[in-house]
Design a protein around this ligand. Structure first.
Ligand code: FAD
Length: 442
């Protein structure tokens, strides 16, 4: 009988989904290698004002997934996150209206910065996992299960979710990165050096986000149904600093998700631990293109968001508006999400959704939980006696089962996210809306 050895997973992308996948497979006894094109986030300051990136609402779905890998992780994030028990609607006249999500059972969603969440997950990875930062997947041979990386010598310090790599360029830039016309912050210069040595694997897992290179390679091997659609809105991140005169620094209520709904556009605000709020403006690109001067931007904010000007200060709000990137918002569906026993997609690489249901990351983390349960059900052991490069029929069946099990749920949640797009910016203003929600929760 041939000797057994641990199964080897090569994971591309150390975003939140890649990091949790690495931890989970390591705990199952697999040999794990993780490549990330960005810098090592460990030990860095992930405070909201230092790294521009979105705030996430982590929900029961995401917490359950974290718990399934390591209960202490879920506990840690719950301690670091801020519970939001409802929406606070900010009307144009300055009136605020609280709409509690679950008045009966008090369920909440929880605000946490993506950089902090990502950093904590990467910090939780044990030293047995080989992590290569500043390493970008450059070439992939799925048939022979061989990958090549290239080292990225300098990356931008700006972290924007869904940043595209080579294949995702839309006229030079893409989702989650910048609008070509209005981005004032260039990326840091990069120089690449390709590996000479191939890296072999049993299974490559693409956790490389919306512009996944692993997915591109899979699509050359298999008839994969793939769709991608953009909504007309851009997102721009703004920052509401802490107010030292207020308790905890919170200028507005800390335990709400704040929404300034204006029908065809909206501003939202999620709390940070330091008393600041991360604000996100969602506005159609067509409207953005009409705001071409600082004066026009000032008129826009005075007309639609006077209370935000009052709290943040006009200069700060306009500086952020002018300087921060314009991100695209995209829905991606990809089925199946596995190819043979060789490749699998998790997280945004397999399903990107617009952020209005606050479930993109939660679903990505849930992918890891479901994958674990499928590996368990199919009794996929941590070791194999196959040679590296051979097809693993047991694993192939398990990955197929995973893909089938996830398909309907993922399509449904992408659809719900799109529906909540109109709900948040418009329906929440209806006087009957809150009454209906209250009835729904009984
Ligand atoms: P990503 O976070 O995109 O990470 C992918 C990683 O792969 C990156 O680190 C990247 O550098 C790396 N990478 C890419 N290509 C390569 C390569 N070739 N080689 C090596 N590394 C590579 N979700 C929620 O659940 N709740 C929310 O409230 C929420 N709010 C959001 C608000 C906004 C404005 C946006 C845009 C998204 C929001 N989301 C939310 C969605 C959430 O941010 C994403 O679903 C989540 O970040 C996906 O995680 P991921 O690990 O799959 O991918």
């Amino acid at each position: 009988m041939s000797e057994t050895r641990p199964r080897k997973a090569l994971i591309i992308g150390a975003g939140p989904v890649g990091a949790l996948t690495a931890l989970s497979l390591h705990r199952r006894g697999w040999q794990v290698e993780l490549w990330e094109s960005r810098d090592d986030p460990r030990g860095k300051d992930a405070a909201p004002s230092n790294l521009r990136s979105i705030n996430l609402a982590i929900s029961a779905r995401g917490l359950e997934a974290l718990r399934s890998v390591d209960p202490s992780l879920a506990e840690q994030f719950q301690n670091e996150a801020i519970p939001m028990k409802g929406r606070m609607i900010h009307h144009v006249d300055g009136k605020q209206e609280s709409q509690i999500y679950d008045p009966i059972n008090g369920q909440c969603i929880n605000s946490i910065g993506r950089p902090l969440l990502n950093q904590r997950l990467v910090e939780s990875l044990p030293s047995e996992i080989k992590i290569r930062f500043q390493t970008k997947l450059s070439k992939l041979d799925l048939n022979d299960k061989i990958a090549f990386g290239e080292s990225v010598e300098k990356k931008s310090d700006v972290v924007v979710v869904g940043e595209e790599h080579d294949d995702g360029k839309i006229g030079g830039e893409g989702k989650g990165n910048t609008d070509n016309a209005s981005n004032k912050k260039g990326k840091g210069k990069q120089s690449m050096k390709e590996d000479n040595e191939p890296t072999k694997f049993d299974l490559i897992i693409g956790c490389d986000g919306s512009w996944s290179k692993v997915r591109n390679s899979m699509m050359r091997m298999e008839r994969i149904d793939f769709s991608r659609s953009f909504i007309p809105h851009a997102y721009i991140e703004l920052h509401m600093p802490a107010d030292p005169t207020k308790p905890g620094g919170y200028a507005i209520d800390k335990n709400h998700l704040h929404i300034w709904p204006r029908h065809s556009f909206m501003l939202i605000g999620l709390p940070n631990k330091d008393g600041s709020f991360t604000l996100t403006l969602f506005l159609p690109f067509s409207s953005l293109s009409t705001i071409t001067t600082r004066e026009a931007a000032s008129r826009f904010f005075h007309e639609h968001f006077p209370s935000a000007i009052q709290i943040v200060g006009e200069k700060k709000l306009l500086d952020d508006f002018e300087n921060n990137p314009r991100g695209n918002l995209v829905t991606i569906n990809c089925t199946p999400s596995a190819w043979s026993s060789h490749a699998l997609l998790l997280g945004d690489a397999s399903h990107s959704m617009v952020p209005f249901y606050g479930q993109g990351l939660n679903c990505g983390l849930e992918d890891v939980r479901v994958l674990n349960s499928v590996l368990e059900k199919h009794k996929i052991s941590a070791t194999t006696s196959l040679e590296l490069g051979e097809t693993d029929t047991e694993l192939e069946l398990a990955l197929k089962a995973y893909s089938v099990e996830r398909q309907a749920d993922l399509q449904a949640i992408c659809e719900l996210a799109l529906q909540n797009y109109t709900e948040m910016r418009s329906h929440v203003l209806s006087p009957f809306h809150h009454f209906r929600r209250l009835l729904d929760s009984v």
